[in-house]
Design a protein around this ligand. Structure first.
Ligand code: PLP
Length: 388
């Protein structure tokens, strides 16, 4: 079914066998990346064939890690609409503004992409229980696919997480533990269960396949734009999986011969209350320092230390991109503007990309005739508590 050949450490380059379970690189504790026989894949499938397939991310199955289609768990994730935001565009005096609406994914966020693929692959490799420390959306998505596979799901959340996130996981059959403290404390408690009970940890970038699920956003953007890419992609960055994934996707697409060498400039938007990537980017660092006292209404951006920090920074630099910090107040104003003009109830992380766009446009960093894609990474429905 697919052309997965091996895994490769993103930092030290060491290679690992693909058909057994891995978390981080055993040599250097950094993320492992899935590698494919892209020449073989390009002989097996054409982009015209892909265009006629089902409207979910498994349309790219040759370039995903699941070997046997019976293990490909599907709730309809991916192939979300790319909306030409013309009414919003009029308000901000910009013609070619697009929003990729990831809020339409199962469980209401693009976390469904990563966890559909990661849980499917773990299931195929014999895992019976999955575990995650999460502030919300990833836990819901993991719970959904674990339920579909009949696997045990263990979620560790900070006690102060909004009730909607806890409710979702419980409704989907997960065992939810509320932990006093931050996401890092949840990580410690989850790790105990991993050691003691042999659960598989699906924390972002700590296993190789959530990245593969999220890279499909890059495939879709290319396909939806007629196998071209926009000039700029603006991404709300927490762990950075989507940003790194799309950048990987573009290289794969070029090697397949489906797109040319042109690349978008990749922009990371973070919240002023937690902006470790923005700081490290501007200081010219290869790795980011952990952010102290992280606080923002955009839960998905409250990631004080990302395992893939060097991959985010590499992507921004290789693409000639930028990194922007925005305030929570600006985020709420932008969410309102998108809602009032486009009829989309977006999550605060998605709204942050519009603020990033406005900053860069004002600075002249984005030209008036460029094509820009904003990633709305989730639905606003899970964040009703922000609207009073
Ligand atoms: C997790 C999340 C993000 C951040 O995604 P990363 O790939 O970890 O950077 C953004 N928005 C929402 C809604 C999220 O749930």
């Amino acid at each position: 079914m697919n052309f997965l050949t091996h895994l490769e450490c993103a930092l030290c380059g060491q290679e690992f066998e693909a058909d057994r379970l891995w978390n981080l690189c055993p040599a250097c504790d950094k993320p492992l990346l899935a590698r494919y026989d892209l020449e073989g894949a390009s002989r097996a499938v054409t982009r015209e064939e892909v265009a006629g397939r089902e409207a979910n991310l498994w349309r790219y199955r040759e370039l995903l890690p699941v070997r046997d289609p019976r293990y490909a768990l599907c709730l309809g994730e991916g192939f979300t609409p790319l909306i030409h935001a013309t009414r919003l565009g009029q308000r901000v005096a910009f013609a070619n503004l697009f929003i990729k609406d990831e809020g339409l994914n199962p469980t209401g966020t693009f976390k469904a992409r990563g966890l559909a693929v990661a849980v499917s692959r773990a299931w195929e490799l014999g895992v019976e229980e999955v575990s995650i420390p999460s502030a919300g959306n990833a836990a819901g998505a993991m719970s959904a696919y674990a339920a579909l596979a009949g696997m045990g799901a263990y979620v560790f959340m900070p006690r102060d997480v909004p009730q909607s996130f806890v409710a979702e996981c419980r409704a989907l059959g997960a065992e939810v533990a509320l932990v006093d403290g931050l996401i890092t404390d949840c990580g410690r408690v989850a790790a105990q269960g991993v050691r003691q009970f042999g659960r598989f940890d699906v924390s972002t970038l700590k296993e190789p396949y959530r990245l593969e699920g999220k890279k499909t956003m890059g495939y879709e953007l290319a396909e939806q734009l007629g196998w071209t890419l926009p000039d700029v992609i603006i991404y709300p960055t927490g762990g950075g999986t989507g940003l790194i994934g799309m950048w990987k996707a573009f290289d794969e697409l070029e090697q397949l011969g489906w797109i040319g060498p042109q690349r978008p400039r990749m922009v990371a938007v973070q919240s002023e209350g937690c902006a470790p990537m923005v700081k490290a980017f501007h200081e010219g660092r290869e790795f980011a320092e952990p952010w102290q006292g992280a606080s923002t209404i955009a839960d998905g951006l409250r990631v004080p230390a990302a395992v893939g920090d060097f991959l985010i920074l590499r992507t921004l630099r290789e693409s000639g991109g930028a990194a922007v910090a925005v305030s929570d107040q600006e985020i709420m104003e932008a969410a309102k503007l998108i809602g009032h003009t486009q009829g989309m109830f977006v999550c605060p992380e998605g709204a942050a990309t519009l603020v990033g766009f406005q900053h860069l446009r004002r600075q002249g960093w984005i030209g008036g005739d460029e094509t820009v894609v904003l990633l709305n990474t989730g639905s606003g429905h899970k964040y009703a508590h922000l609207w009073g």
